[in-house]
Design a protein around this ligand. Structure first.
Ligand code: TQI
Ligand code: CA
Ligand code: ZN
Ligand code: ZN
Length: 160
């Protein structure tokens, strides 16, 4: 839809994965990241793809540990899981000390869900007071088939 101000003006946005963690290999990480971007792309005029070669990417994604030179050090297992910055920064960082998982069984933190939440921030969404929302600021397991909740759909449509 029409919006006077798209936080990211371009329709096609690229992402780049800078590193990976041994417990959660590169290929799986890439697949889950693309899924997390597509969670949003389904409900707004946005397309996401992985940057190829040394192509410029709007979103720079990495796993980091402890102090990593952006003023927001990670804190080991628990506490902060990940962070992202509002447009047009594009950095999305995951705490490599967390127990990341791609299962939905309640053990560890589901990478796809946390990535979708962080991408929401990187696209310009703040937290929601709606307890069913992905942008609600408390970790809760949801099934990928239920993504995105209505509040988040409304949010992304309002921005783009
Ligand atoms: N990281 C916070 C978050 O992403 C960092 C943060 C706080 C933030 N306020 C912000 C980022 C405002 C952008 C704008 O919310 S976190 C969750 C949830 C975190 C928390 O590690 O606490 C998720 C990361 F929602 F479960 F609490 C991902 Cl999904
Ligand atoms: Ca942590
Ligand atoms: Zn960081
Ligand atoms: Zn958040």
């Amino acid at each position: 839809g029409y919006s006077a101000f798209r936080p990211w003006p371009n329709t096609t946005l690229k992402w780049k994965l800078n590193n990976q963690i041994p417990t959660f290999g590169r290929e799986k990480t890439r697949i889950h990241l693309q899924e997390a971007f597509d969670d949003w792309a389904r409900y707004a005029p946005l397309k996401f793809r992985e940057a190829v070669g040394d192509e410029q990417a709007e979103f720079s994604i990495s796993f980091n540990e402890g102090n990593h030179d952006d003023g927001f050090p990670f804190d080991g297992a628990g506490g902060t899981l990940a962070h992202a910055f509002f447009p047009k920064d594009g950095k999305v960082h995951f705490d490599s000390a967390e127990e990341w998982t791609d299962k939905y069984d309640g053990f560890g933190y589901n990478f796809r869900l946390v990535a979708s939440h962080e991408i929401g921030h990187a696209l310009g969404l703040a937290h929601s007071y709606d307890q069913t929302a992905l942008m609600y600021p408390f970790y809760q397991l949801m099934q990928p088939k239920d993504l995105l909740p209505k509040d988040d759909r409304d949010g992304i449509r309002a921005l783009y």
